[in-house]
Design a protein around this ligand. Structure first.
Ligand SMILES: Nc1ncnc2c1ncn2[C@@H]1O[C@H](COP(=O)(O)OP(=O)(O)OP(=O)(O)O)[C@@H](O)[C@H]1O
Length: 317
């Protein structure tokens, strides 16, 4: 494969469940070494897209290529280059942690000595060394998710597809999962990461596609996506009391969309533009108002989703 050839290429993918169009003319290209994020609320079509890529679902229309070759249900040579971490934990209850990882790895690697090395590395990677002999039922939700990941990555795939791997995990396991993905990517692995957590996608992903109702509503880097909208930063200033006339002056600043005082904090939503924070503080100073803490938060991917679709990302989460 030429180094700049897309690892994943999708053109005009359509998947219907009866009347419902779950994926609606979706196209994307993922380059080698990217962490590509599919971000969207529940039901936006992320899992369906993944399952189409993996040929676990038949689809109505479109083309899917992996590593420059058409992906078919029988493309076993391509499938062995992919590691899948499904949304639902899929491990064998009767096997221990080590036996589980080994049995998934054995689907691709026959040599026992090599497999032992890979299984050791995968267990180390997710930090389950102390739990090697445990059966899944004895593991917490977070540890189970880590086992799910070890099973998906042990054979060292070039492309890893992770479908919401941090849903319902404790903060420690979440951090372990996220930093693990960063390490895999640093080693050159391409990753597709689906989530409805914008903070995770923003931290991990080099590019993001925001999905809604099976369609791509926007895609780009996090900065590019935020640059597409008119929403700017949220400025919060600890003011204690504030008179109505000064508040009105803040409201009349050119880039201010709304301003209100709530529990001693002045909260200002700005449109994108330069000097928003300085302008707000300038009005306070001119009117002799002293202030305490000042916080300026840039727009989030939720603001992007909200501005494009009129709904919050987590409405249905
Ligand atoms: N087997 C199925 N039969 C009918 N409708 C389905 C089926 N699977 C998914 N859907 C519907 O297709 C749409 C897309 O679902 P999908 O699971 O791909 O979304 P998602 O973004 O992955 O959401 P989630 O985070 O909940 O998994 C939803 O409206 C869902 O209800």
């Amino acid at each position: 494969m030429a180094s700049n050839e897309a690892v994943v290429r999708i053109r005009n993918l359509v998947k219907r469940y009866g009347e419902l169009v779950a994926v609606d003319h979706l196209s994307l290209d993922i380059a080698p070494g990217e962490v590509f994020g599919l971000l969207g609320p529940n039901g936006s079509g992320k899992t369906t897209t993944i399952n189409c890529i993996l040929q676990l679902l038949s689809y109505d229309h479109g083309e899917i290529e992996l590593f420059g070759q058409p992906m078919r249900p029988t493309s076993y040579q391509l499938k062995r280059r992919i590691g899948v971490v499904p949304q639902e934990v899929a491990v064998f209850d009767e096997l221990t942690v080590r036996e589980n990882v080994d049995s998934f790895c054995a689907l691709y690697v026959r040599d026992r000595a090599r497999r032992r090395e890979l299984v050791d590395a995968a267990i180390d990677f997710v930090g389950l060394q102390k739990f090697e002999d445990f059966r899944p039922k004895k593991l917490s939700g977070g540890l189970l998710r880590r086992l799910n990941i070890a099973c998906g990555i042990a054979h060292r795939p070039e492309l890893i597809i992770m479908d919401e791997p941090t849903v319902a995990v404790d903060p420690q396991s979440r951090e372990s999962i996220l930093s693990g993905i960063e390490r895999l990517n640093a080693e050159g692995t391409t990753v597709i990461y689906t989530s409805h957590y914008m903070e995770e996608v923003e931290r991990l992903c080099s590019r993001i596609m925001i999905m809604d109702h099976g369609r791509s509503v926007a895609s780009g880097t996090a900065d590019e996506l935020k640059g597409m909208i008119g929403t700017g930063e949220k400025v919060s200033v600890e003011v204690g009391e504030m008179d109505e006339a000064t508040l009105e002056r803040v409201r009349s600043l050119p880039h201010v969309r709304s301003a209100e005082v709530d529990a001693g904090m002045l909260r200002v939503q700005c449109a994108s533009g330069a000097h928003n924070l300085a302008d707000v503080l300038g009005v306070l100073a001119e009117n002799g108002l002293s202030y305490g803490r000042v916080l300026s938060e840039p727009p989030t991917l939720n603001d992007v989703f909200l501005e494009i679709t009129g709904r919050a990302l987590r409405d249905e989460a």
